[in-house]
Every structure is written in C-alpha cells, then in structure tokens.
Design a protein around this ligand. Structure first.
Ligand SMILES: [Cu+2]
Length: 280
C-alpha cells in the first residue's frame, strides 16, 4: 500500500503536534525551583549564571538538531517520492556536482563553529572561577557529605539524608547554607571512594576524589532550598546521600554561621579534613 501525499502530510502534522504537546507538557511540569517535578522533560529551573548558560546552550542545540533532522527528513521524502523506480524509471548517471559538494562541506563546518563558540564560552565560564566570597569544602563519604567552612569560623559538619523531612530521598538533617548573590567556591574531595557533588539547578557536577581537591563555583541568585544527589556510583547507599543547599540572605547567613560555630565546635570524629588531609 502506498501513502498519498495527503496521508504523508497528515502523518507529519501528527508528529509535529505530538512534539508540541510534549514541549508544552515539559514546560507545565517544571513548576518548582530546586527539585525535579513530575513529567518534567527539560532541565531544572536555573538559579545561577552558569546554569542560565547551560539551559540556553541546551535549548539552542535542541532546536539546531531539530532543524537539521527535519531538513534531512524532507530530503529523504523528496528522494522517495520523486526518484522511486515508478516515478523516475530512467535514473540520471550524475556522480559529481562541485557546488553541492562544496556546500555540504562548508555548511557543516560553519554549523560546528557556531556550536563551538558558545560551547567554549560556557566551558570557560564554568572553569574560570571568579574571585570567591567564601569557600566551602564538600567531602564525600560512604554515604553522606561533610561540609567545612574555612572562611567562616573553620567549622565542619556532617549532612545525612533525613527521612522525616521532604522531599523524599533529597532532604538532609544539616543543609549546606550559603548567602544569596555571592560567589561560592566549592572544593570537593572524598574520604573513601569517588563520589560526585551535583546540584542540577546550579549547573554544578564535579567529582569528589580521594586524595585530590577539585573545585568549582556557583552564584545562586535566588533564596530557597535546592536539592542534588551524589552522582558517582559509590556503593550500596549511593542513592541515599543527597545534597541540600539552603540559600539565604546575608543577615540570615551571618546568624547561621554564628550558631554553626557553636553547634559544630567539635569537628566530626571521622572527619577526613580534621585528620590532616593529604589532599590539601
Ligand atoms: Cu557517593
């Protein structure tokens, strides 16, 4: 059975409508900041300059890939309709066409350059850490995180998953607390095996490796609770060592550090950092 042009058109329209419905569904599902939403298709809502850029770059690539795919699909359909053995019983013997060959070499090169420019700009934005307002050291352990604040009173505390608080599998007993609109340098390491410190809405994902100090940064532009997870398979409780960051204003941060200095006056007994880390 062969499809008429009308049937092909209707089928393509069906695919386009399906795509549009999925895109709208994704937008509707992404309601909350700082955590995944049901039926979410896109990235989590951005709250840092780096994540703004990642989101833009992601969308740019999606539309670029879509345009290229649709273009190739159209070419294939033209070939199938116009040059099948019934419609075109005597094929052309053409083997070379200089203009087309130059075009299909130059145009993809230009597309790749168009991708490379924003890609490298984003890479430098991520890797070139601006002057930091404070540093926090995150140490991955089986199976929880420890956060040290060397600039704010040298305290360190453990952050374990909390089943009593919501959201499920993301909430912790002691959150990392940071001030809003400040550049926070995050140094990551691990005490046992490789973990990874990831915070989707901040555009942060960096390995935490024993004996090594990695660093990244973020500047959260919105107050609230934000959730991430260890993103390197690290053992049986890998899924149960979430990362929770509370972004607060400067006064709240100052009050929190004062309280934290007292509350966490004695470093955790099993602290890798307090035992004299070789990574430093
Ligand atoms: Cu881990």
């Amino acid at each position: 059975m062969t499809m008429s042009k009308g049937q092909i058109g209707r089928r393509l329209l069906g695919f386009a409508l399906l795509g549009a419905a999925l895109a709208l569904g994704g937008a509707a599902g992404a309601a909350e900041y700082g955590q995944p939403a049901a039926w979410e298709l896109g990235l989590q809502k951005s709250v840092t300059p780096v994540m703004d850029n990642i989101t833009w770059f992601h969308n740019f690539l999606v539309w670029l890939v879509t345009a290229i795919t649709v273009f190739v699909l159209i070419l294939l359909i033209i070939v199938m309709v116009k040059f099948n053995s019934k419609a075109n019983p005597v094929p052309s013997k053409t083997t070379h066409h200089t203009l087309i060959e130059v075009a299909w070499t130059i145009i993809p090169v230009l597309i790749l350059v168009g991708i490379a420019v924003p890609s490298f700009r984003l890479l430098f934005l991520q890797l070139d850490i601006p002057k930091a307002d404070l540093t926090i050291k995150a140490t991955g352990k089986q199976w929880y995180w420890s956060y040290a604040y060397p600039d704010n009173g040298k305290f360190e505390f453990d952050s374990l998953m909390s089943a009593d608080k919501g959201p499920r599998l993301l909430a912790v007993d002691n959150e990392m607390v940071v001030p809003v609109n400040k550049v926070v340098r995050v140094q990551t390491t691990a005490a046992d095996v490789i973990h990874a410190f990831a915070m989707p809405s901040f555009g942060v994902k960096i390995d935490a490796i024993p004996g090594r100090l990695n660093e990244t940064w973020f500047k959260a532009t919105r107050e609230g609770m934000f959730y991430g997870q260890c993103s390197e398979l690290c053992g049986k409780d890998h899924a149960f060592m979430p990362i929770a960051i509370r972004v607060v204003n400067d006064q709240e941060f100052a009050a929190w550090t004062e309280a934290a200095k007292k509350k966490y006056a004695t470093a955790p007994a099993n602290s890798y950092a307090s035992a004299g880390s070789a990574a430093q």
